[in-house]
Ligand binder design. Structure first.
Ligand code: KG4
Ligand code: ZN
Length: 339
């Protein structure tokens, strides 16, 4: 069978990323233009600036990804692009570019859900895909979701009721003046700290009314961390280690709750926060305890990237399940298909 190549475009937040991925999930090239240094000036992503930068970089990124892959546009079998959820203006730039390429190059197009793309990032450069049903945890700057995935259905078992896991890292780092984005900074700092030094509250535990539900909440820990910061003279690595510990403990407890309710074959962990060393270690422990195959993206595919978008489009590509050119974007839920 001849190899197929999918060109994937990701522009849902602040990174413009284009990749070429083969139908056996091998990444030929990925070109990501990061805007972190710009948004760092504001301590978070400014949507208007993000979309203007996507506009400037999306076509150069397409050209660079193509030339790095050693392929030409004639080798591309389909274009995949994230169309929800994300920042509306940012999504529109990627989707418009993808539609333009699909029209100009006469290629089919596949609209991709950003969460499915994160999940598919765990399959890049892997020989096999997990067997159904499997449990997927997506932990990123915008999402914290546990999803039950069977052959024909995806059921969201639980989500965050307030901040996403990555958002919690970013907000705490901002509060402690550590820099942006907070996740990698805190992860590194926590490695040198004592996680038992600060007695931060457990999240959704004991008498909490959500103790037995598959839901997440990360906002409650902010005031406890702030209290220690306000007292001054903090051992920052230990405070950050204590904070990270509580975040990961909640994730672990809710994953175990889901695993106690249904038998799964595999556990997939993805999203920007899946780069976290404590999250990765916990995922390994859970997989080995429950006898699950573990799928986690390589570190370079944890953050938003075009390769995961191409990977997520693969099942639709093989079913010839292409999108019509008039599909929409949406900040939250799946956009309605026009009648
Ligand atoms: O998946 P992603 O690139 O974008 C979204 O879809 O949101 O995730 C970005 C998030 C940021 O909140 C960042 O702080 C977090 O991932 N992150 C981490 C680590 N690396 C990135 N959080 C914890 N530990 C890390 N090592
Ligand atoms: Zn993402």
């Amino acid at each position: 069978m001849s190899e197929n190549y999918i060109l994937g475009i990701e522009s849902s937040c602040d990174d413009t990323s284009v990749a070429i991925v083969s139908s056996d999930f091998h990444v030929l090239s990925v070109k990501t233009v990061s805007q972190t240094s710009v948004h760092r000036l504001f301590g978070g992503v400014i949507p208007e600036i993000a979309s203007r930068n996507h506009l400037a970089w999306v076509i150069p990124a397409v050209n660079a990804a193509l030339s790095d892959s050693g392929k030409t546009k004639d080798d591309i079998s389909a274009i995949a692009v994230t169309n929800y959820p994300g920042l509306t203006g940012s999504l529109l730039i990627g989707v418009s570019a993808a539609k333009g390429l699909a029209l100009g190059w006469k290629k089919p197009i596949i609209a991709v859900n950003h969460l499915n793309a994160h999940i598919a990032s765990a399959f890049l450069e892997r020989e096999k895909r997990p067997e159904f049903p499997y449990l997927a945890l997506v932990v990123s700057g915008g999402h914290t979701s546990l999803i039950d995935i069977s052959e024909n259905e995806r059921t969201v078992l639980g989500e965050t009721m307030d901040d996403a896991a990555g958002e919690a890292f970013d907000k705490i780092a901002k509060m402690a003046d550590l820099g942006y984005p907070g996740g990698p900074i805190i992860d590194k700092m926590a490695a040198a700290g004592d996680a038992k030094k600060y007695n931060l509250p457990y999240l959704l535990k004991n008498n909490n009314k959500y103790a037995d539900d598959i839901v997440f909440s990360f906002s409650g820990i902010k005031s406890a961390v702030k209290r220690f910061l306000d007292e001054g003279n903090v051992d920052m690595p230990s405070l950050m280690a204590s904070f990270q510990n509580r975040i990961v403990e909640l994730i672990e407890r809710k994953v175990k709750l889901a695993l106690s309710r249904k038998k799964y074959t595999a556990f997939v962990v993805s999203g920007g926060v899946s780069a976290n060393s404590a999250v990765r270690k916990t995922a390994e422990n859970i997989a080995s305890k429950y006898g699950l195959s573990l799928y986690m993206p390589e570190l370079k595919y944890c953050q938003d990237n075009g390769a995961m978008v191409a990977a997520a489009a693969m099942p639709d590509f093989f079913k010839r399940n292409f999108s019509d050119l008039d599909f929409d974007v949406s900040p939250t839920v799946r956009p309605k298909i026009r009648p």
